[in-house]
Ligand binder design. Structure first.
Ligand SMILES: [Zn+2]
Ligand SMILES: [Zn+2]
Length: 333
């Protein structure tokens, strides 16, 4: 037999072995439904322009299934809005712990907390973030780190060192938070890829951070409806929604809706909800932000062929809106 032919057979066998040894971790989402929600919004309890009831009604009447009213250092008690809560709408208690380190704003949301938590401070930037995260965990709440590029406050190396936080904002609808970076500062998706590539499991959320529900809706105002998440759960229960959010069982969006995300051992499928005559384009993204594959199909399918650390996806529509599918991690079998 020709030596080249033998080498070809051996190398193809090795390749096949390689592909078999790596598989996606399968999310435990069988039988779950999707629930749309927003975890960051303000009312007149802090610097928003509308009463908690009006804000909650804004979301409920637009099909959101859950909402966190997250006022600055104030606990807006959902029990006072019990008349709005029913089988199709859940209010989850929250607060935006609003601190700073020097001139740098440090804002950390606490989700599903029982009462107000005072903002924490420390002698370092990292310590300030960590103490706020810890204060949320202390009362069994779930923290998320808000708008890291606001005031160019929280860099990726600092984020990498924060413990016990699974969530951070990759998109915030407030006009002054610099989601996209520039001038040598990375945007939030670059930061996300940096963290994931370094082995840190962080999930990216999109939020409104809305303050303005009245008067003009304009690009330079902090209006609602700009960014949200859609979480998988068996039921509309605060504990389950938060637990599944922290497990990455969700996608984030500025406008693209998904029908389903299917993960098999070596296959990731994104089923996009078709809107009128919109066209879609999906990117499958691996470590260091490398684009592994593009697809114009629906569903968009990625077959795991090589030893990626993780694969996440971003779906663009022809109107400029996007959905971010959370990373699916790869393990050796
Ligand atoms: Zn903030
Ligand atoms: Zn805010």
């Amino acid at each position: 037999m020709h030596i080249g032919f033998i080498l070809l057979i051996v190398s193809s066998l090795l390749l096949e072995q390689g592909s078999k040894r790596h598989e996606f971790e399968i999310p435990q989402t069988a039988g779950m439904s999707w629930f749309k929600g927003n975890t960051h919004t303000h009312t007149t309890m802090s610097d928003g322009d509308s009463a908690p009831e009006d804000v909650a009604r804004w979301y409920k009447s637009r099909g959101y299934k859950f909402l966190v009213l997250s006022d600055h250092n104030v606990f807006t008690n959902p029990d006072t809005l019990a008349n709005l809560v029913d089988s199709s709408f859940l209010l989850i208690a929250g607060e935006e712990l609003t601190s700073r380190y020097g001139k740098k704003p440090v804002h950390v949301n606490g989700l599903n907390i029982p009462h107000v938590i005072p903002p924490q401070s420390d002698s370092t930037l990292l310590g300030t973030i960590q103490k706020n995260v810890d204060a949320v965990r202390e009362v069994n709440g779930a923290p998320h780190i808000n708008h890291p590029n606001f005031g160019w406050a929280i860099d990726q190396n600092t984020l990498l060192k924060v413990h016990n936080d699974k969530l951070f904002e990759i998109f915030n609808g407030h006009p002054l938070v610099h989601n996209f970076g520039g001038g040598g500062k990375p945007g939030m998706e670059e930061v996300w890829d940096f963290l994931l590539t370094a082995g840190k499991r962080m999930y990216g959320i999109a939020v409104d951070d809305a303050h303005h529900f009245k008067e003009e809706f304009a690009p330079d105002r902090s209006n609602p409806g700009k960014g949200w998440i859609v979480v998988r759960a068996h039921s509309l229960d605060a504990h389950e929604i938060i637990r599944n959010l922290e497990a990455g069982y969700f996608y984030a969006s500025t406008g693209v809706e998904l029908e389903d995300i299917k993960v098999e051992p070596t296959r990731l499928e994104i089923h996009i909800r078709q809107k009128s005559d919109f066209k879609y384009r999906t990117e499958f993204i691996g470590a260091k932000g490398k684009i592994l594959q593009r697809s114009d199909e629906n569903p968009a399918v990625y077959n795991l062929k090589s030893a990626e650390k993780y694969v996440r996806a971003k779906v663009y529509d022809s109107g400029g809106f996007v959905a971010w599918v959370q990373p699916v991690f790869v393990r050796k079998r």
